[in-house]
Design a protein around this ligand. Structure first.
Ligand code: MG
Length: 392
């Protein structure tokens, strides 16, 4: 069996351009789907996949680990930057899909079979509708509570919010009180039986991240995400040591080496590798094995498209430390039109039952994808009140 070509199919989905990767083989009807979505870097990733494809065409797609080593280590530059890491990830997902299809089993069967009966989904407030999740004003506690109630009415038992405002490296009490009010309103709205997560988007400085994390303590968050820059691993570790709330981080980190440092420094209780950035399912499984050794939970980052979700679920069904799957369902109304999925979701509780289809169990409708060609993503820029550059 040989790889004959690697294609990219770009599908504009408002906030993101989904980049679907299709690895074609010389076997009639056998191909693999992957995803390499990277907001605001679509053309760069498509180009990186084209560059890497010269290494792989003519090779046996079932030698996934061997090809992963080639993609990561050959052509001199290691694949640990975000663009190349995302390109490698998209191809790696496609290769696993091919292996599963060639053997007639779902990917989770390749990795030892199911370790659980279902995977729980969590949503973003607003279901991933860009305006609800990112643009609800941090002083609008009532709106946060309304969206929280809606998530529960939609069947979710866990949801994520962005209740921490953008702040300069040091600010006073006002933004901390805003965040507290929003989280208190959400807790009041949904009760103690629902899991609430707060994502800081790594906006705060270490000092502000510490203040927000301490303020969140009474509300029993399921986890508190990216309290400061991913480069500041020591500061994330300081925050984790100071609070009982589990700290989550990792969505911007590439490769096992970055995650090893997080674990060695006991910086967090939840690892969030993004399967479409960190080095694909191959690298995510190595990261999961390290997390297992430290008894740290795994909750992969997954706000992208449907192949990313299918890959995250396949990993979840084969990985004991996997706790929950991030999901987006309201980003574009035609999401279900571009994909056919093998798994099923129970509306009550948003529990996913495993796919029995081979590989990742997804098929992309290329004609539907063509209806949504590339468009430049909406600019998301932040400046502080004094005009200096902030973190979005
Ligand atoms: Mg995040």
């Amino acid at each position: 069996m040989k790889i004959t070509a690697i294609e990219t199919h770009v599908c504009h989905a408002r906030m993101r351009n989904w980049i679907f990767v299709k690895v074609l083989t010389d076997q009639p009807g056998l191909w693999g789907w992957g995803e390499a979505t990277l907001e605001w870097h679509t053309r760069a990733v498509v180009g990186a996949i084209e560059d890497i494809s010269h290494l792989l065409v003519g090779e046996d797609p079932r030698r996934v680990e061997h090809l992963w080593q080639m993609m990561y280590r050959q052509h001199f530059w290691h694949g640990n930057g975000i663009v190349r890491g995302t390109a490698i990830s998209g191809i790696d997902l496609s290769l696993w899909d091919i292996v599963g299809k060639a053997l007639g089993v779902p990917c989770h069967q390749l990795w030892g079979g199911p370790v659980r009966d279902y995977v729980r989904l969590y949503c973003h407030l607003g279901g991933g509708r860009m305006e609800d999740f990112y643009e609800t004003a941090p002083d609008d506690a009532k709106r946060f509570a309304d969206l929280a109630r809606q998530a529960v009415a939609d069947g979710f038992t866990a949801f994520k919010s962005m209740a921490v405002p953008e702040t300069m490296p040091l600010e006073g009490l006002k933004p901390v009180r805003y965040a507290e009010a929003c989280v208190a309103a959400m807790r009041e709205a949904v009760g103690d039986g629902i899991d609430i997560m707060v994502d800081c988007h790594a906006r705060p400085s270490p000092a502000m991240g510490m203040r927000f994390a301490r303020a969140m303590e009474p509300y029993g968050l399921y986890f508190f995400e990216e309290p400061c820059w991913p480069e500041s691993i020591d500061s994330i570790a300081d925050i984790q040591r100071a609070v009982g709330t589990p700290i989550a981080t990792g969505e911007r980190l590439i490769s096992q080496h970055a995650f090893r440092e997080l674990l060695e420094k006991r910086a967090c209780r939840v690892l969030q590798p993004d399967i479409t950035h960190c080095g694909g399912l191959s690298e995510a499984r190595r990261i999961a094995a390290m997390a297992e050794a430290y008894r740290v939970a795994l909750a992969p980052h997954n706000p992208q498209g449907p192949v990313s979700t299918a890959a995250s679920l396949e990993l979840g069904f084969a990985t004991p430390s996997y706790i929950i799957c991030e999901s987006v369902h309201g980003d574009v109304p035609w999401r279900a039109d571009v994909v056919s999925e093998g798994f099923t979701v129970e509306k009550e509780g948003r529990l996913v039952r495993p796919s029995s289809r081979p590989g990742l169990g997804v098929e992309i409708d290329e004609a539907e994808v063509k209806k949504h060609p590339f468009e430049q993503e909406v600019l998301q820029r932040t400046f502080y009140p004094d005009g200096s550059v902030g973190d979005w």
